[in-house]
Design a protein around this ligand. Structure first.
Ligand code: NAD
Length: 502
């Protein structure tokens, strides 16, 4: 914990006004649909961030001292404020991301998170009964002590849900929370801050303010736990900085999820899943499928049907309410995807559909099916984060599993087979934290089951399931001595030679 002396800023408990605009670095933001800069904000200055963290720390003991039912009641009131400002938040988020349906479902998902955690928190991390220890005359009781201040650093691909997925259980646990959303997608923050400002008890312990790298680094240095969602490269820096301060870092990082399709799979299902789970959110989802391995016996008809379906998918341009594929939220991501496709083609891959970046100011890519790919290509090894479906044939399921397990990532995977039993046999051998059977990317939709991110895809306890709440507590034990404490006489060396027992 950082114990530097700092001035503190507390929210005004009487109003629902936004805190004043910070005065740090001015950051300009591009509209993902037009490519134009049409928004800017100031990151907090070093002094402002330190003061804000001080204010959160100052308020946290009172928050943690409230019974859980009170914190639940406050979050329920906050939920009501979200509902009241839903349209405003969705509008800002659609502006941030260039897509409407996902913006709507993201906002709904935050309401769902509040509902789920307020229902389950009372059954988790309950104060325990006194227990007898194995040592005579000793009993003990465990206490759950929340970390005082949690820092959350989130990416641009699901800007709202990835801010609150960890914040809601942390708040219920009794922590104060500072959220630093990505500087690429900051527009939703103002309406969300209004919902927080309308609940004064919450505004004392929850603050959301976008910023860039410098803000992120200062945050990691000033909190007691960091929850980071983003790339492996940044995650490594966050983990190193967290280790320097001896604070836990929960890291949810990138992936390169494989999909294995066996000869017994239903082709309609296999092609539907391969298309949807690679292209959802324009492929800008950590758990989107990124490479497909198909049994050679069904390879030709699979590819033909996949291409037929992929060709029917339209971008949501010019009307955000039409089509299916949104723009790249971050222009540089479009360049990364284009470079990966170009490299694969230079090494012998064929593009069967899609493949051309459509530039309307913002950039769109239709579903792009690639064949004749191999693991020498970055498109198969690296995270692509675009609507690209590279398909590779295999001759034996062992070969498919070996290919699926290659590489540095282990986030999630999918298997499609004729039966769930056949799919599970394969899924058990895949080196990833979540495997969808006869579907893909189910880990994005189901939050109640625990899972870890394998290999470089993450670190720390499960964000999902009960651990997503209990990881915000430290376990403390209160040990009772019912008999006589040991004295110096008990530990005298002479006890050994005289045979006296200590
Ligand atoms: P990123 O790593 O570039 O940035 C993530 C966040 O880190 C941003 O808020 C950024 O401002 C901040 N940041 C940058 N430098 C920092 C530093 N030195 N210290 C602290 N914070 C710093 O990631 P991105 O491009 O915004 O997001 C895309 C990545 O996120 C992809 O790799 C994707 O797979 C991953 N992701 C993972 C999950 C998951 O649950 N595993 C979910 C969504 C996205």
């Amino acid at each position: 914990m950082v114990t530097k002396k700092m001035s503190i800023v507390q929210s005004n408990p009487q109003t629902d006004e936004l805190p004043p605009r910070p005065s740090g670095e001015l950051i300009e933001v591009r509209n993902p649909r037009t490519g134009q800069i049409d928004y800017d904000f100031n990151a907090p200055s070093e002094v402002e961030l330190a003061a804000r963290l001080g204010g959160l720390r100052h308020a946290q003991p009172r928050w943690a001292a409230r019974p859980l039912e009170e914190r639940i009641a406050i979050l329920k009131r906050w939920r009501g404020k979200w509902v009241a400002r839903q349209a405003e938040i969705i509008g800002a988020l659609a502006h941030d991301t260039g897509r409407f349906l996902i913006a709507t479902s993201e906002v709904a998902s935050v309401l769902g998170m509040i509902d789920r955690w307020i229902a389950s928190a009372p059954t988790l991390a309950q104060e325990e009964e006194l227990r007898s220890a194995t040592m005579p005359n000793i009993s003990y009781r465990s206490q759950y002590v929340p970390y005082p201040l949690v820092g959350i650093i989130s990416p641009w691909n699901f800007p709202v849900s990835l801010c609150f997925i960890d914040a809601i259980p942390a708040l219920l646990a009794g922590c104060a929370v500072y959220i630093k959303p990505s500087e690429i997608t900051p527009r939703f923050v103002a309406p969300v801050m209004r919902t927080i400002a309308a609940v004064p008890e919450l505004a004392e312990v929850l603050h959301v303010q976008p910023g860039g790298r410098a803000t992120g680094e200062q945050l990691v240095a000033g909190v007691d736990v960091v929850c980071f969602t983003g790339s492996v490269a940044t995650g490594r820096i966050v983990a190193e900085n967290a280790a320097r301060n001896f604070i836990p870092a929960f890291l949810e990082l990138g992936g390169n999820d494989p999909l294995v399709i066996t000869a017994s799979a239903d082709l309609e299902r296999a092609t539907d899943v391969a298309l949807r789970a690679t292209c959802l959110a324009t492929g800008q989802a950590c758990q989107s499928l990124e490479r497909v391995y198909v049994d050679r016996r069904i390879y030709e008809p699979f590819v033909a049907l996949l291409v037929e379906k992929a060709r029917r998918v339209e971008p949501n341009w010019p009307d955000i309410h039409e089509g299916t594929i949104g723009p790249f939220i971050f222009g540089k991501q479009a360049d990364i995807v284009a470079a990966q496709i170009a490299e694969a083609v230079a090494k012998g891959a064929r593009v069967l559909c899609g493949g051309n970046m459509e530039d309307h100011g913002g950039k769109w890519l239709r579903p792009t099916v690639l064949v004749d790919v191999n693991h020498d290509m970055r498109i198969m090894r690296d995270e692509t984060f675009g609507p690209v479906i590279p398909v590779m044939a295999y001759d034996h399921v062992d070969e498919a599993i070996e290919l699926a397990n290659e590489g540095v990532y282990g986030l999630s995977a999918g298997v499609i087979a004729g039966t769930l039993e056949e799919a599970e046999v394969i899924g058990r051998r895949i080196d990833a934290g979540g495997v969808s059977l006869n579907d893909g990317s189910l880990t994005a939709m189901c939050h109640e089951m625990e899972k870890h991110s394998f290999k470089l895809s993450g670190m720390g306890g499960s964000r999902m399931g009960a651990a997503g709440y209990t990881r915000f507590f430290r376990r403390k034990v209160l040990i009772r001595q019912h008999g006589q404490p040991a004295t110096m006489a008990n530990i005298a060396e002479s006890n050994l030679s005289t045979g006296k027992k200590s």
